[in-house]
Design a protein around this ligand. Structure first.
Ligand code: BTN
Length: 257
């Protein structure tokens, strides 16, 4: 069903397609540990029994209707401290893929790397890096893209089909996604982070718009109004508040409705 991707140099040239597995990120980690990983290989499963999300959450997706995959790269040109560059490149490539299939939708990246279509989550990513010294040795890029699922059991999420009203071909979306991912990866390698960072900022959800957030840095969460201004080199969110610019790391802020 999923063919080797034709229009890339190395991404998607080896595709391991499983009917089911626990988590494609876990299977990818096993390939790395056993020395069978090749940069650019993809583990894709029709369904996962224990799909993992960010912050220890689970990832639920109806088998056979979505893309649940993990791509293995070896971005040894990226230092451990700069790993957010890869998050930006990946988020951007996924957003561009979603925008290609949903030309009329507003497709944005919600910091740090959720993809939104018309203000609802359509894709989540779980990137897990292994280091060699101060460099990234392997990166497992786990992607859960909602394609043809239309019922999310009350979860605030959407899919390509829900937005477009049309059934999409999973192999076609897969192929396009692999090409975009490799394009942004190679751009990062050859041009550095500046163009990627600018394109990421241009797609950033709520950037420049006043909105309500919850500050989770203190024991008692504080609701406040702020405006997302920028992202620093460590990938932290710079937020303008009434009196200052506040800096938020992962898990330190919640976006309110
Ligand atoms: C999130 O938004 O919380 C991240 C979700 C990441 C889900 C994908 S599905 C394929 C890969 N395997 C996993 O177990 N998780 C990622």
């Amino acid at each position: 069903m999923y063919k080797i991707v034709a229009d890339t140099l190395f991404t998607g040239k080896k595709v391991v397609h499983l009917p089911t597995c626990q988590s494609t990120n876990d299977t990818a980690a096993e390939f790395i540990q056993s020395g069978r990983a090749i940069a650019g290989m993809v583990i894709i499963a029709d369904g996962q029994t224990k799909g993992r999300g960010q912050r220890g959450n689970s990832w639920q997706a109806t088998p056979g209707l979505n893309l649940t995959l993990s791509l293995i790269w070896s971005p040894s040109f990226i230092g451990a401290a700069d790993s957010f560059m890869l998050n930006m490149a990946v988020s951007l490539a996924i957003a561009e893929t979603v925008a290609h299939f949903l030309p009329d939708a507003a497709v944005t990246v919600k910091w740090p790397n959720d993809i939104y279509a018309n203000g609802q989550k359509i894709c989540g990513t779980l990137i897990e890096n292994t280091l060699q010294g101060a460099q990234i040795r392997y990166s497992i890029v786990g992607i859960g893209l909602n394609v043809n699922q239309t019922d999310f059991n009350g979860i605030f999420a959407t899919s390509l089909k829900l937005v477009s009203g049309q059934q999409q071909s999973l192999p076609e979306v897969f192929d396009f996604l692999m090409c975009r991912l490799e394009k942004r990866y190679l751009q990062l390698q050859t041009q550095g982070s500046t163009p990627i960072r600018q394109a990421y900022l241009n797609r950033l959800y709520r950037r420049g718009q006043p909105a309500t957030y919850t500050d989770l840095r203190t024991d008692v969460p504080v609701i406040f109004e702020g405006i997302i201004e920028d992202i620093d080199t460590a990938g932290r969110l710079l937020m303008r508040t009434q009196n200052s610019i506040e800096i938020f790391d992962l898990k330190q802020i919640q976006f309110n409705a």
